[in-house]
Structure formats: C-alpha cells, structure tokens
Design a binder for this molecule. Structure first.
Ligand code: CA
Length: 231
C-alpha cells in the first residue's frame, strides 16, 4: 500500500506546515494551491489514498473538488478543511462524499492522526491501486490499454484509445484539433486535421449513448473538442 496524500490549500503557510508534518510522518505528499491543479494531480495519480481539501479556494471551492474526485470513481479518503463550523457545511461536505472534517484553526498533530486513521480505513476497505483513469461510466486502464464503460470492454483502435486517453487526462478542458493531433499522432505527423474529426466520429459511435447527440465528447465550435467533466 502506498502512502500518497494530496494536500489542497491555497494559503502557503498552512500548506507547507501541513505538508512538512505529513512528510515527517512518512507520507508521500503532493500539494496543490488551486482546485484545478488538485484535480489534475488526482487524474495523474489515481492511486492517491487520502486527500486533504481546503474549502475556501480562489478558483473552485473544496466541495466541488470533492464531488469531482468522487465523479472519477475514486475511493480515496477525503478530509475537508473548513474555517466555518456551521452544521450546514458539515452536511454539504458529507453529501459531496467527504469522509471526515477538520475545522480551522486545527492542530497539525490531530490532522496527521486523522490522515493516518483514514488511510487505514481506506486500505481496510479494499482500495485498489491501479493505473486507471476514471470519468463517469468509463474506466481507462493505462497498463492494459483497455477501456470499459459500465464494466463492459469497448474495442478501440490504438488511435481511438490514444484520443480517449488524451481527453480523460484533460477532463473539462477544450482541446484543439492541433492539440489532439500532437498528443495522439505526435509532433512529426504531417497530414490533415480532418483525420482528427474522422477518428472522433468513429470513437463517438463506440462510446456515446447516442452518437447523434454526444454528451461525453462535446464539440467546441470553431476550436475542437472537450471531454465533458460533469457526467
Ligand atoms: Ca483557503
């Protein structure tokens, strides 16, 4: 079992203090100062076991980050850090899928103890370390280069797999045809951008519920395509 922990906190003093103490306690710590960066790290590290999320952030709030992590299908333990103590916040947190709660100002010793306890709980519940990317009903296994939707394997060509992987590592981000071409075919590919559209049309037939009205790979007019995050 790894001991990977993500700390999301925009206040640098608090973050570095928490990170330092977690490292001293033997955790492998990744840190983020925005919700967006935290989600990016989560997608790149699906084996994160516990995430400590501050609620008040400059971009998206911690509850949104928590909800998105659950949307990926992650079973990581989540501790919310909040400055507020109202009961409604606690309810919101638990509704979005958080496991525990620490109210600011907090004792770092207590926080480390909570992380340790939650990690043990998550490990005991059969948390699987894998190299999968998850979004909605999809799970992409980067080791086996396989994609399943609702547990059913989808047969893809290597190009289609590459496109899907490019989307699932950039959830909610519009990718231009040039971006996709570079990510999937590589820098040296000489050819027409139309090849991207052709492959996306084929991919939609295989993965969309209704390819005529795509909801996973959406078209960004005049630009390219995007993997819809809220699915
Ligand atoms: Ca904050």
């Amino acid at each position: 079992m790894n001991r990977k922990v993500l700390v999301l906190e925009d206040e640098e003093n608090i973050r570095s203090f928490v990170v330092l103490n977690l490292k001293r306690a033997g955790f492998e710590v990744m840190e983020a100062d925005t919700g967006e960066l935290a989600l990016e790290l989560f997608q790149q590290n699906p084996d994160i076991v516990v995430a400590v999320l501050d609620v008040m952030l400059p971009d998206i709030d911690g509850y949104e980050v928590c909800r998105a992590i659950r949307t990926y299908g992650s079973r990581a333990g989540i501790i919310m850090l909040t400055a507020r103590t109202q009961e409604s916040d606690k309810v919101t947190g638990l509704m979005t899928g958080a496991d525990d709660y620490v109210t600011k100002p907090f004792s770092v010793v207590e926080l480390v103890a909570r992380v340790e306890a939650l990690m043990r709980r998550v490990a005991g519940s059969g948390f699987q370390e894998d190299d999968s990317l998850r979004s909605g009903p999809f799970r992409l296994d980067t080791r086996a280069r396989e994609v399943v939707k609702n547990g059913v394997k989808i047969e893809l060509t290597q190009i289609e797999y590459g496109i899907l992987k490019a989307f699932m590592t950039n959830i909610g981000r519009a990718l231009s045809r040039d971006d996709i071409l570079e990510m999937v075919w590589g820098h040296h590919f000489v050819g027409e951008l139309k090849i991207v559209d052709v492959n996306i049309r084929r991919l939609r037939i295989k993965i969309e519920d209704n390819p005529a009205s795509p909801r996973y790979i959406v078209t960004v007019r005049g630009y390219g395509y995007m993997w819809e995050g809220n699915i």
